[in-house]
Design a protein around this ligand. Sequence first.
Ligand code: ATP
Ligand code: MG
Length: 253
Amino acid sequence: MALIQLESVTKAFFADRACTQAVIALDRVDLTVEEGEFVSLLGPSGCGKTVTLGLIAGFERPTEGSVLFRGRPVEGPGPERGVVFQEYSLFPWLTVRGNIAYALRGRGLSRAARLAAADDALARVGMAEFADRRPNLLSGGMKQRVAIARLLAMDSAVMLMDEPFSALDEQTRARLDDSLRQLWRREGKTVVFVTHSIAEAIAVSSRIVLFSGSPGRVAGQWRLPDDMPRDLDAPEARALRDEIRSRLEVPDL
Ligand SMILES: Nc1ncnc2c1ncn2[C@@H]1O[C@H](COP(=O)(O)OP(=O)(O)OP(=O)(O)O)[C@@H](O)[C@H]1O
Ligand SMILES: [Mg+2]
């Protein structure tokens, strides 16, 4: 059974109370994500990437069609589907360790066990030495590492990431893309990653799903072999980039 399955999902937003004027964000989208995949949702602004992620996270309901997680309809947010947003989402008044421990409340763990789990997760993203800091003393990239550590501590089955590194400078972003891919390989998690950068999608993914807008539709998919070079200096990566680019330029595919 697929981990995540969108079946003919349409999502409309209504601009007025009488529900006469609809913005169709997604139009009959089919998307399957298997356990252990790293899937990027790629496409231009407004093509429905964030809406798709929101449907999987359970923030939104489809207008038509179904969104299934392990075969069951998604009815709301849940810890098995953790989200990392573009904006930083840590509590400023808690330390890094405290932020992660807070996410583990209500699980019947002692405070000591929650703090230990937080330290373990921080070590897995290379942030152990910053456990006692408050978020305002961290760089943007460090904050996103903490947000990822929080999902590791929660043991989310899937990490839903909406342009998590797009507010960072190019070098930091490339470094984090790299370490996210390493983390994914090491931890065996499933990742659904939104980006509008072709280069970033090639750097991180095991599969790229290209959306065209608007309304959002799936315009193409590519599987990337694990051993494929991801650097755009390599001919395979460049050829893929060019193919995706040319597909983007075909309207309404
Ligand atoms: N809450 C909402 N109410 C009305 N329209 C919405 C809402 N959320 C999204 N939309 C519309 O749905 C479409 C898809 O939006 P979405 O945010 O998914 O795009 P995106 O691909 O994430 O774009 P970007 O790359 O700019 O983040 C857009 O036309 C947007 O205006
Ligand atoms: Mg978006």
